[in-house]
Write a protein that binds this ligand. Structure first.
Ligand SMILES: [Zn+2]
Length: 177
């Protein structure tokens, strides 16, 4: 005897069609094997239905919320450490790149001033060369008037000095801390 569709139908959670249900009932009357399966399954389902759901231990929600808060604090601390490490890395790179300049400034402001004047002079000479090139090309004075260039160079110098002053203040502040 072939029991297969009947055993499947017995264990199925899906409702059976009327025809299937009729066939199953008829088979159960004839087949002790499948009757046994039906009884065992009925017992098991009844047992499952009778067993109450396990309730959470008292204070579960409180403990869960506390743990969540602790994990958040830990994550924030980790982020803070990452930020500190990145800042320290950037500061280190800046010190390596500009540290010698700051030391120069502290050691002899006059020589740095001279260096800046030399830089300005070289810029002006580049400007003079450009002017010559333009005049050779037959153009009348270059688009940028000399006075504007002078102010631009002055502004760049001012920015450099401001940067150095800020940097020095930052380094001294770190030393105090
Ligand atoms: Zn059967």
């Amino acid at each position: 005897m072939n029991h297969q569709p009947f055993k499947d139908w017995l264990l199925s959670e899906e409702p059976l069609e009327a025809q299937q249900s009729q066939a199953l009932q008829q088979h159960l009357r004839e087949c002790a094997d499948c009757r046994q399966v039906e009884n065992a399954w009925a017992d098991a389902s009844a047992l499952l239905r009778r067993t109450p759901y396990a309730a959470p231990a008292p204070g579960f929600t409180d403990r869960w919320q506390q743990r969540l808060a602790a994990q958040r604090v830990q994550a924030q601390r980790k982020q803070a450490w990452v930020a500190i490490a990145v800042t320290a890395g950037i500061a280190f790179v800046l010190i390596v790149l500009f540290g010698t300049h700051v030391l120069d400034l502290l050691a002899s402001p006059a020589s740095l001033l001279l260096a800046w004047i030399a830089r300005l002079a070289s810029l002006l000479s580049v400007y003079g060369i450009l002017q010559e090139v333009f005049s050779v090309l037959g153009r009348v004075p270059p688009m940028v008037p000399a006075i504007a260039l002078f102010f631009a160079v002055g502004f760049v110098c001012f920015l450099s000095v401001a940067w150095l002053a800020t940097y020095r203040q930052l380094t001294t502040a770190r030393r105090v801390v």
